[in-house]
Design a protein around this ligand. Structure first.
Ligand code: FMN
Length: 767
């Protein structure tokens, strides 16, 4: 083909050749409609940023690139987020004009500096504290709708529940009277097709009619509420806010958010719920796990949003010549950023196609977007999804997909969910028939991102044996006999003990593949965890466990290892000793204790590490002099775990050792309640979200971020586990955790938000 005959406009592609794959890409075609991330696998692997002549957009498919675009809302303007992706025919334009259709800026498609003041002014009803007020309403609606079909044996969940409940929730949330649901549903679909679809010219006119009527309807409702805006809901709240800040919240703005709000608040949630239930029923073992262990639901919701989210792609306009992933992109280019593809990028998520509800970084998904335009309603959506799954797993655990059904999707680039979802079950087996008390069981809802604490697995206690005075060893196994995941020396698990989360280091031997061994000291001043282990745990008991995770990783390749343990701190150290011995490395073990009777693993240590072992039982007058340790020798690595006194002495000694020689793990925290008389308040600026959050003297950074709707996973909330870390861009941190190393603190690029604070009046975080 000569260049003159080439159908592709290379100038739009910045003069770059368009590959065959890029030329063939069509987001309205079968492959993308069936499975957007799968249809773009080639792109993630070979050409992560490409020009699509079919739609005239640049397409961005890798995680880091998509996130970078979301993060920079100036270079990548959101102004085209609601633009019609298919050019509108003259007739349709005339139809819209007849209705006075004037959809203007809404939060979704507005540039700075106008956007953030509006977002801030309208944010309050979306904060977790306000959202909690809606939980009873969401539960009541879910219950009522399931009541309607629970005895039927078969239902189309989309038609009979998943569309109307989110729509009703949306109307309640907005403070809009419940109107004709079926009409509103048609309006919403028309809006989606109008914005993100490819209607034929004839369809365009019908769609424009519906959109025009929707616009008119939104205006009428707004007027009605304006007459008495004292009621609950976001729209009355916004009308009241308009009185305070008329120049920020204008009339046309209110009309636009009224219409966009109805769609944004319900269609995405309805689709997300249908996707989630379909995915769970296709993965029956996971569905069964949720039925048995409802505390897994919040994380399952998050993994469903990552794996099969309802917002497949979003749009941005490039405002200056730039590069994305190294590819030059000209000013004026339009971007289709495919967040569903980013969510399956193996560069960010391990085995991304697997559906794994215990995935550690699930919440990193980009289904809600990211940064200053992140979905404001994300926590309302999460709440609804949790309530739906709680209701269905409790009342219809025997639910299954009707086999052989073909799932259809409304053809468009962005909003994705099956139009129908047929399920069936045997009503005679409904649990509530045998035991009406089932209906009183409330699955707790977590408002906000899932707690890392909830990513649990159930284990059985296989044996409990004395290891020394006051210490028992427990062997933990998978209840079904499957091997537990592999672990590395220094790793710990988090056990859920009667409502408490406690960490225990793994100390099993190499031959014990598939089971975990831990040793637990009964603390005289126990806060409940170790007492529970000693008094209540017997063989056969079931426990919720999280992990293993490792913040005390053994570096390979050192010339010599010095391993130091005090008391129960021997647990990670013995695993390290086994590993360095197996690797044939040079090492020595130093083990201090009160007396031999209280020192665990002495036989094993003598047997496996006899000539390398140095024991210091205090009752025999033996004392470890840390100044004699070989830390100063080039290539030596020192690992230590034990009581604070020992670790402080080592830290002091380590000042004379080469940097990064000493690695320690604390088992305890000295964290105290925050005393407002001693602490000072400060501001945390969030660079990616465009927010400034004030942290009061008696508040943690984590709590302040949560109250402002920022997602941060957490677990121990004592500065011990490292889950709640956040990137620091500016400002000096007063580090109070027990996880970061001296080098990490000195770099000042990371902080643990559950306990660390600002030295000065401001911190800037990369959130
Ligand atoms: N305590 C142990 O008895 N054995 C261990 O192996 C152990 N490993 C720990 C690992 C880490 C990373 C951390 C932070 C703590 C560890 N602890 C260990 C301390 C326990 O988590 C817990 O604080 C202790 O059992 C006292 O809890 P209680 O006051 O509720 O009884």
């Amino acid at each position: 083909m000569t260049s003159g005959a080439c159908p592709i406009d290379h100038s739009a592609a910045g003069g770059r050749p368009v590959s065959a794959n890029a030329a063939a890409f069509n987001p309205f075609g079968e492959a993308y409609q069936a499975d957007p991330p799968e249809s773009l696998r080639w792109s993630r692997d070979e050409e992560p940023v490409f020009y699509s002549p079919e739609i005239g957009y640049w397409v961005v498919t890798r995680y880091d690139d998509v996130k970078a675009v979301f993060r920079d809302n100036v270079t990548f303007s959101p102004s085209i987020a609601l633009e019609k992706i298919t050019p509108v025919s003259e007739e349709a334009t005339a139809t819209l004009a007849r209705y006075g259709y004037a959809m203007n800026r809404t939060l979704v498609n507005e540039d700075e500096p106008a956007h953030m003041p509006r977002r801030r002014a309208l944010l309050d009803p979306f904060t977790p504290a306000r959202l909690a007020e809606h939980e009873p309403m969401v539960r009541r609606l879910a219950r009522d709708y399931v009541d309607r079909f629970v005895d039927a044996g078969e239902a189309d969940l989309v038609d009979e529940m998943l569309w109307e409940v989110p729509l009703t929730v949306a109307l309640h949330f907005l403070g809009v009277p419940e109107e004709d649901m079926a009409t509103l549903r048609q309006y919403s679909i028309a809006h989606t097709v109008n914005t993100w679809g490819r209607p034929s010219p004839e369809e365009q006119v019908a769609v424009a009619e519906a959109v025009g009527r929707f616009w008119q309807y939104a205006g009428e409702v707004l007027e009605k509420i304006r007459r008495d805006p004292s009621g609950p809901g976001w729209i009355p709240f916004s009308i009241r806010a308009q009185r305070q800040q008329p120049e920020v919240i204008t009339d046309s703005y209110l009309h636009s958010i009224m219409m966009a709000g109805i769609v944004a608040a319900h269609e995405t949630t309805a689709n997300a719920a249908a996707n989630a239930i379909k995915l769970l029923l296709e993965n029956r073992a996971v569905w069964r796990e949720l039925c048995a262990e409802p505390s897994l639901i919040p994380n399952a919701v998050e993994e469903c949003l990552r794996h099969s989210g309802s917002v497949a792609a979003w749009r941005r306009l490039v405002t200056e010549d730039t590069t994305i992933g190294g590819v030059p992109i000209p000013r004026g280019a339009k971007l289709l950023i495919v967040n569903s593809s980013a969510n399956r990028d193996e560069r960010h998520f391990d085995n991304p196609d697997d559906f794994d509800i215990r995935r550690e970084n699930t919440t990193d998904h980009l289904t809600f977007g990211y940064g200053s335009h992140q979905c404001m309603g994300k926590n309302l959506a999460r709440m609804e999804l949790q309530v739906f799954l709680g209701e269905l797993t409790t009342r219809l655990p025997h639910l299954e997909l009707v086999p052989g059904q073909r799932f259809t999707y409304l053809p468009n680039t962005s909003f994705r969910g099956p139009e129908h979802l047929w399920v069936r079950w045997d009503p005679a087996a409904n649990p509530e028939r045998a035991d009406p008390a089932v209906l009183r069981r409330l699955t707790p809802v977590r408002i906000g991102e899932p707690s890392a604490r909830a990513i649990t697995r159930t284990v059985t206690v296989q044996s409990v044996e004395p290891a020394a005075d006051g210490i028992v060893t427990l062997t933990l196994a998978d209840p079904s006999g499957r091997p537990l995941p592999a672990w590395s020396p220094g790793a710990h698990v988090d056990l859920h003990l009667d409502g408490l989360s406690r960490q225990y280091s793994l100390c099993g031997e190499a031959g014990e593949a598939g089971v975990y061994r831990i040793a637990v000291l009964r603390e005289p001043e126990s806060r409940g965890g170790s007492r529970y282990v000693h008094e209540r745990l017997r063989p056969g008991a079931r426990l919720s466990m999280r992990g293993p995770r490792n913040h005390f990783r053994l570096a390979t390749g050192a010339r010599h290892y010095v391993l130091v343990a005090g008391g129960i701190g021997i647990t990670p150290i013995i695993a390290m000793a086994d590993a360095v011995r197996a690797a044939g490395a040079s090492y020595e073990v130093h083990y201090c204790g009160r007396d031999r009777a209280t020192m665990a693993f002495l036989d094993r240590l003598h047997r496996d590490h006899g000539d390398r072992l140095h024991l210091y039982p205090g009752s025999e007058g033996a004392r470890l002099d840390v100044s004699t340790l070989a830390g100063a020798d080039d290539g030596t690595q020192v690992y230590a775990c034990g009581p604070k006194r020992l670790l402080t002495a080592l830290e002091r000694q380590a000042r004379s050792w080469p940097e990064d020689t000493l690695h320690i793990e604390h088992f305890t925290t000295t964290r105290q309640e925050l005393d407002p008389a001693v602490e000072h308040g400060f501001d945390v600026e969030l660079a990616d979200s465009g927010l400034t959050v004030h942290v009061a003297p008696d508040q943690t950074v984590l709590a302040a971020l949560r109250a402002a709707n920022i997602d941060i996973p957490s677990d121990c909330e004592e500065g011990l586990c490292g889950t709640c870390e956040a990137p620091v861009l500016d400002g000096e941190v007063d580090h109070r955790d027990r996880v970061l190393t001296t080098a990490e603190r000195a770099a000042n690029s990371m902080m643990l938000t559950c306990c660390s604070r600002a030295c000065g009046s401001t911190l800037t975080l990369g959130l």
